[in-house]
Design a protein around this ligand. Structure first.
Ligand SMILES: NC(=O)c1ccc[n+]([C@@H]2O[C@H](COP(=O)([O-])OP(=O)(O)OC[C@H]3O[C@@H](n4cnc5c(N)ncnc54)[C@H](OP(=O)(O)O)[C@@H]3O)[C@@H](O)[C@H]2O)c1
Length: 288
């Protein structure tokens, strides 16, 4: 019997396997392309011949493959006589809330415990004290597997028993990231067209980001409380600011798609009478 099985030896799965092996754990591996396991065999890891052997080899299996379609393809190869009762599958493949719900149903049908995880770090950032991994699923199973998970990520953020919570919050944080990315790219174009230094713009964005993080944490508290009395930033300021970005972009003769979309959202919020509320009242437009 091994301590843990790792399924998937891509960039992330390889890192996961290495972290466990370096901690002296007995590890069983399975990967579609077996050759990727060779270096680990020299370090004492076992390689399972089939996915059935892999899941049966350890009380806990961590799966981290390209996507849920790949995970499904792999799990469909499970032998019908597989004995997986009380074993735990922790799915670290990135997926949607629906993927998480379907995976739980699959695991339950095989009498397995199931946790769903979302890794919010690059492979080189794994295994550190502040490495963030979102996790959801049965609390008892989480507490049992927490020492193992802590070897991969010091900052395991447990989101409760709803199985789709990790995937939902993962998508929500990515929504934030891509919103910032599109805004950043538009800003870079404004700077570029003005003949200014885009690298310096990136440096300035980096320097202001921590304080904006604090601002968003505050706005999250405001939305959760439902009290939109002005506490930090009146929404009206954002109406004026986003209109100014749009006008400046039009004056500079550059693509206005991104600022036009954003300015329109704030304009609608103002028209709905939210101008004298806290900026986070914008959510009322999105709820509509
Ligand atoms: N890398 C990152 O920075 C990062 C960060 C956060 C989260 N994640 C998540 O971690 C997961 C793994 O990422 P990764 O970077 O390790 O990906 P990757 O390097 O592309 O690894 C892909 C893995 O999936 C397997 N695979 C792909 N298609 C398959 C199929 N049809 N059937 C069976 N196996 C298949 C590959 O097997 P073969 O070796 O045989 O090709 C390999 O083990 C993803 O869900 C990703 O979103 C990654």
């Amino acid at each position: 019997m091994s301590d843990v099985t790792v399924v998937g030896l891509g960039a992330m799965g390889t890192t996961i396997a290495r972290l466990f092996i370096n901690q002296g754990l007995r590890v069983t591996l399975w990967n579609r392309s077996r050759d990727k396991a060779e270096t680990f065999i020299k370090q004492g890891a076992k390689v399972a011949a089939t996915i059935t052997d892999a899941l049966e080899a350890s009380p806990v299996t961590i799966m981290c493959v390209f996507d849920y379609a790949a995970a499904t393809t792999i799990l469909q190869q499970l032998h019908s006589s597989a004995s997986l009762k009380q074993r735990t599958l922790i799915q670290m493949t990135t997926g949607s809330p629906e993927d998480a719900r379907k995976s739980l149903a699959w695991a339950s049908a095989h009498e397995m415990n199931y946790l769903d995880a979302a890794i919010q770090a690059a492979p080189s950032q794994m295994g550190q004290e502040n490495t963030p991994v979102l996790l959801s699923g049965d609390e008892k199973v989480f507490l049992e597997t927490k020492p193992l998970l802590k070897l991969l990520a010091g900052n395991i953020i447990y989101l409760g028993g709803k199985i789709d919570a990790a995937a939902t919050v993962d998508a929500a944080t990515l929504s934030y990231v891509y919103g910032a990315m599109t805004g950043f790219t538009h800003g870079a174009r404004m700077v570029e067209v003005a003949g200014l230094d885009v690298a310096q713009f990136g440096k300035i964005v980096n320097e202001i980001s921590p304080s904006f993080g604090e601002f968003f944490q505050h706005e999250g508290n405001v939305i959760q409380s439902g009290d939109f009395t002005i506490s930090e930033s009146p929404l009206r300021i954002s109406v004026i600011a986003t209109e100014r970005i749009l006008q400046s972009s039009a004056d500079a003769n550059i693509n206005t798609e991104i600022p036009a979309f954003i300015a329109d959202l704030f304009k609608r919020a103002d028209a709905a009478g939210l101008g004298d509320k806290e900026a986070a009242a914008l959510i009322e437009v999105i709820r509509d």
